[in-house]
Design a protein around this ligand. Sequence first.
Ligand code: FAD
Length: 501
Amino acid sequence: MDERIRSICIVGGGTAGWMTAAALTKVLGPEYARITLVESDEIGTVGVGEATIPQIGIFNRLLGIEEDEFVRRVNGTYKLGIQFVDWGRKGHTYFHPFGPFGVDMEGVSFHAFWLRLMQGGDPRPITDFSIQSAAADAGKFMRAITSDPRSMLSKIAYAFHFDAGLYARFLRELAEARGAVRQEGRIVEVAKRGSDGFIEAVVLQDGTRIEADLFVDCSGFRGLLIDGAMGAEFEDWSHWLPCDRAVAVPCERVSETTPYTRSTAREAGWQWRIPLQHRTGNGYVFSSAHISEDEATAVLLKNLDGAPTADPRVLRFKGGVRKTSWIKNCVALGLAAGFIEPLESTSIHLVQSGIAKLLTMFPSRSFHQADIDRYNRITAQEWEQVRDFIILHYKVTERSDTPFWDHVRTMDVPEALAEKLRVFQTHGRVFRENEELFNDTSWFAVLIGQLMTPNSYDPVADVLSLEETRRRLDQIQSAIATSVDYMPKHDRFIADNCAAA
Ligand code: FAD
């Protein structure tokens, strides 16, 4: 018996909805199933200026998107990592780069050798051994031009900053060209089958009824299907992630575009700065228990590097996740599935990863519970790992200058994170577990950047003599300097390859 899913209804046309439509039409092809996307112009989308992580390149390649065209279409710039200002302590700055620090030697992690030298008095920060960090400092960018692992130029990992609204429009074109049908209208009712509680149809204000075998809920924070119709429980993480508001405002672009996102810690949260080709996106993510919306807006407006080009807009949210993001024939993606503040630019990635998992576990009309359970288990694990990495930025800090920082610095953290911190404390070691998104370089960058000092270095770093270790680190540093000299300025690279019209 043919049990193939014949029709899919995607509810919502924000970044999540159009990413889903573009990916499903590309992978399944036009004949597999009828794909309808419902969105309401009246309701609109969240889309603020967005920063991403390198995995988005994989998603774009899957869709057959050519990189220069993509950057041009979304007014994009390149991102080599995130600069964190005032996080570990006021006046202190560090960089979380994409791509590795140095090179592993004798099968031992580079971090171990660096830590050994550092603890012996070497003053060079770990970021001196990252090509991303050095290029970011110099305002330079270039794509990797060799795959030779001995060359520093093979180690340039990067992501993008882009206008999320333009990205959704671009994906819409692709999805529609591959057969997806867009339906404008406001959903006012979700009809469920009496026999088994599966969703049968969504009904629009004008009475149009859209039936489907599979529903993907990309309706944003309201979670119209997963919460409204299926009653998925929400796991509230606000005791670890107390920020529950953001005020966002774009401003004029005034200087050369930086090839990195900046995150500046403020009295009750943090401020992002995301450079695009035509403007700079800014926002203050804050805890409303510690600062009012008006005060946060005033702080943001005082800390822009150009005149604002729109009115500030406040967004409200709660950090947390649906306990089950797939129930019966409804899968939630994007903000409908949950929200982790954008400190490490993970939301769009979690959409991408959800789509990949959905395709891996793609259902037949029988909707086997074992597949659904597995999807939910892996999804929950992935979100928790990202959550812990974000909590790390708040927990490991010397700041106690405001009630907000005092609260996050002293709060209890999830046991998995507490264990990671204990392990790091002894010998400065980090382990990447269960294919977690952030690798040991990321953990090391943030732990050291937030000023956590291990008691001693990994004893395995003694495989090289001190002289040999120093000699090799000198070599790496000089190779990075030579490579960065060779790289063009970020703006030059964009002008030559992918400037928006
Ligand atoms: P939305 O954009 O809210 O889209 C919801 C869609 O559902 C809309 O099309 C709406 O019309 C439709 N809809 C809702 N109800 C109905 C209805 N009744 N009938 C018909 N249609 C309906 N992510 C990153 O990766 N990097 C970042 O830097 C980043 N920064 C962020 C900053 C802030 C302050 C916030 C809040 C989020 C940020 N995100 C970031 C997250 C990112 O914006 C979202 O994950 C992403 O845009 C996906 O949103 P969405 O498509 O799930 O929801």
